[in-house]
Every structure is written in structure tokens, then in C-alpha cells.
Write a protein that binds this ligand. Structure first.
Ligand SMILES: [Fe+2]
Ligand SMILES: [Fe+2]
Ligand SMILES: [Fe+2]
Ligand SMILES: [Fe+2]
Length: 417
């Protein structure tokens, strides 16, 4: 079976834009606008379709490692890096693991200055064109917010970009920007039109669910989600590994395992839209804050619901907090609406949350974790048969990590710390 991979990428970009807004104060749809701008500049230079597509995806995900770096620094796992070099390095590594073709330096050098003042000290002529274009589109959108520019102010905007020629931006990037930025492009960058414009930059693409691109993308997204909160840095990755492991245990075919792995990798996608201070609040949550946290499943559903080929995957992912008696969220579905995989993912999510170490509870053994799951099954919340299966299947790991499935080893690019 195939899924609309381009839509999955774009909808994940929506969630990334929300993080960039939270962490850096960038305007909404920032990554999408950077992608559309670099695509227009790429056309100016006559870049072929494949190169422009990679360029647009790198632009959309130019700050994919931002939360990874910031949270690692906060947790004392990464050195303080005022130059932001680290998010460039990690972001480049993450995208190289995903995209085919040569994208060397595209994201690595997106903060370089033409005069050599950037984090790596590269000067005009020392970086790939793609990096120069992402740099200009990124910096000018943060500075000027293309979605809010009055078309009458266009000449002043162009002048400001020209003033940065040879200082922040390279000559060729400035030449391209000043040629392609016109009233029509400005209109396509507005909040109302940006999604349509992005469809031109990253055209529709159907990809088989077993394609390695999907698996690689699932690994990247699960890492972005896990780094949203320092408390849960292995949560999604472990749920995805356990999902694949259980697929093997049930002897499912590869198609079903790949679908379930993707659902598990994306189940908490909506958490990217939840403010970190609520996710990491040390004390008890107020009822209002609890409602905000609960909303993450509805957001996961919103982000996945219109992706052709992912209807079932969306159901599995966004049913993970539903209960058989209808008391769960976000839709309050009961047993009659929850299929086997939805029930299994809900059980794996609880198993992981209960067994992993959190600031408010230590890690638990398999036996202690299963005690809580059996209790919940006894009260009619979760599926007792599946709980029995998990008890047998996960016993050898004793509440610890399930390794990345062998088939995925090839695609995993561990971060440096
Ligand atoms: Fe950046
Ligand atoms: Fe940015
Ligand atoms: Fe969740
Ligand atoms: Fe979860």
C-alpha cells in the first residue's frame, strides 16, 4: 500500500513551525514560507525538479534539530553553544539520513554570513548555493515576516535585503531574492495561501509504506517528538520499537508492521504543539493545563487525518488514549470503535509511560508495570487479552528498552551524545 508522503512531510512541518514559534518567536508557517521562497529562488537559478524538491524539504525542516539541541543543552547533555552550530550539525545529519541525493551542507551552513561571521566562519563562495538560499529566506522571514508585509512596502524590503549584500547574504542569493520577490510571491506567502504554494514546491508523491524513506522519516519524527520534552527522550522511539517487536510476535506481514511502526512513531505528534512549560511542569497540573495536554491526541488526529493512505494509521495513532468503556480521549470511543491495533498501541503507550523513568516516578520492572496494566484491564479500560500477550512478549526485557529492530539498524543515525 502507498501513502501520500509529501502530505506527511508537510503536515509534520506544521508541527515543527509551532515549535519554532515557541522557541524562537518566529511567525506562524515560518518553515513553509522558507520552503516556498527557496523554491522560487531555485527556479531562478534553473535548478532541476529533484534538486529543488530536496532544497524545499531541507528548507521546511531547516531547524529540525532545534528542540533536540535546546533540550539537550538544558539537560546538560550538550555543551552550551551560543553560535547555534550544534543544531546545524544535527539537523544536517538528520536530513542526510532521510533524503536521497547529495544535500551536503544545505542545512549545515544555513546560518553562515557572507562576511565570514557565521558559526563555521565560511565566507561568500564557500557554501553550497542551497545553504545561501535557505539562509536568506530564513533570516529575512524571521526579520520581516513575509506574511505581514504590506505590498506597498515591497521596495523598502528589497532595499533592506540589498543592504545586506556581501555582509549577511551572498551576492547571488540577493540577486535571486530581489528578482523573485514580487507582489504575487508575497501573496502566495500569506497565511491563507501558503499551503497551496507549498504544494507547488513539494509536489504530490505516493510512496510505498515499506519504502525505507518512510521508516527513516518515522525515525526522524519520533526523535523530534521525543526531544520536545527532556522527560520523555526515549518515549516515542521505545513505543515504535515495541510496536515492531509485537508485530513480529504476532507474525504480521511487513506491510502491517510498517504501518503500525509509523502509527507508533507519530502517536504523540500533537505534543509538538503543547507548550514545553506545561509538558515539563514540575508540580500538579491545573484542570486547564490537563485539558491542554489532553488536546495532543486531537492535534495528532488533525495533522494526520487528511493524508491519503494513512486513514487507518491515523486512527491507530490518535486512539492511543481511548478506553474500552468510552472514558478516554479525544473522541470518547468505546470498545465497538477500537480495533485490535488501536487497543494494542494504547497498551504499549501505557506500558512505556509506566515503565520509563519520569521526574515523578522511577523506572519500573516488568512485573510492577504489568501489575498496573492488569489492574486497568480488570476495570474494563484496556484489552485483557492484549495485556496477557504483552506480559509474555515483553517479559525478557524486564521493563527496559527493546532494541531497534534489526531491519532498522541501517537507517538509524544516533546523535553524538
Ligand atoms: Fe536555524
Ligand atoms: Fe528558521
Ligand atoms: Fe499521548
Ligand atoms: Fe505516548
Amino acid at each position: 500500500m502507498t501513502i501520500r508522503f509529501d502530505k506527511l512531510i508537510k503536515n509534520t512541518g506544521i508541527a515543527l513551525d509551532i515549535i519554532e514559534k515557541e522557541l524562537l518567536g518566529a511567525a506562524t508557517h515560518h518553515g513553509k514560507r522558507v520552503a516556498v521562497l527557496v523554491d522560487a529562488m531555485g527556479r531562478f537559478f534553473g535548478l532541476d525538479d529533484g534538486t529543488r524538491k530536496n532544497l524545499s524539504i531541507c528548507a521546511l525542516f531547516h531547524d529540525n534539530a532545534l528542540s533536540e539541541y535546546i533540550l539537550s543543552e538544558r539537560a546538560g547533555l550538550a555543551p552550551h553553544d551560543p553560535s547555534m552550530k550544534l543544531h546545524c550539525e544535527l539537523g544536517q545529519k538528520n536530513l542526510e539520513a532521510l533524503l536521497p541525493g547529495n544535500i551536503s551542507g544545505y542545512v549545515l551552513y544555513h546560518h553562515e554570513w557572507a562576511n565570514g561571521q557565521g558559526p563555521f566562519g565560511k565566507r561568500e563562495g564557500e557554501c553550497p548555493l542551497a545553504a545561501e538560499l535557505i539562509c536568506l529566506a530564513d533570516a529575512t522571514d524571521v526579520r520581516h515576516r513575509y506574511n505581514c508585509i504590506d505590498p506597498d512596502k515591497l521596495p523598502q524590503l528589497i532595499d533592506r535585503i540589498k543592504n545586506d549584500r556581501g555582509i549577511h547574504f551572498t551576492n547571488r542569493a540577493v540577486e535571486a531574492a530581489c528578482t523573485v520577490i514580487n507582489e504575487e510571491l508575497l501573496h502566495s506567502l500569506s497565511d491563507d495561501c501558503i499551503r497551496e504554494a507549498l504544494d507547488r514546491a513539494i509536489p504530490p508523491e505516493e510512496v510505498d509504506i515499506q519504502n525505507t524513506m518512510i521508516i527513516k522519516f518515522a525515525l526522524l519524527v519520533s526523535r523530534i517528538i521525543d526531544y520536545k520534552s527532556a522527560f520523555t527522550r526515549r518515549h516515542t522511539a521505545q513505543i515504535a520499537n515495541k510496536a515492531w517487536y509485537m508485530g513480529n510476535w504476532y507474525k504480521w506481514n511487513d506491510d502491517r508492521k510498517a504501518q503500525f511502526f509509523l502509527a507508533a512513531s507519530l502517536h504523540d505528534l500533537g505534543k509538538l504543539a503543547i507548550p514545553t512549560e506545561i509538558l515539563e511542569k514540575p508540580g500538579a497540573l491545573t484542570p486547564g493545563e490537563f485539558l491542554i495536554i489532553k488536546d495532543h491526541v486531537r492535534i495528532t488526529w488533525e495533522l494526520l487525518k487528511d493524508i491519503e493512505g494513512m486513514e487507518t494509521i491515523c486512527d491507530w495513532a490518535s486512539n492511543h488514549h481511548e478506553k474500552l468503556d468510552g472514558s478516554g480521549y479525544h473522541a470518547g470511543k468505546g470498545a465497538d470503535k477500537l480495533d485490535f491495533n488501536s487497543r494494542l498501541l494504547a497498551c504499549i503507550d501505557i506500558y512505556q509511560a509506566v515503565s520509563e523513568e519520569r521526574p515523578y516516578h522511577p523506572g519500573r520492572t516488568h512485573r510492577d508495570t504489568m501489575g498496573i496494566l492488569f489492574d486497568m484491564a480488570g476495570r474494563g479500560f484496556i484489552d485483557g487479552g492484549i495485556v496477557n500477550d504483552l506480559n509474555m512478549a515483553l517479559q525478557p526485557f524486564n521493563g527496559g528498552d527493546v532494541p531497534l529492530p534489526k531491519i532498522l539498524d541501517l537507517f538509524n543515525t544516533p546523535v553524538g551524545y
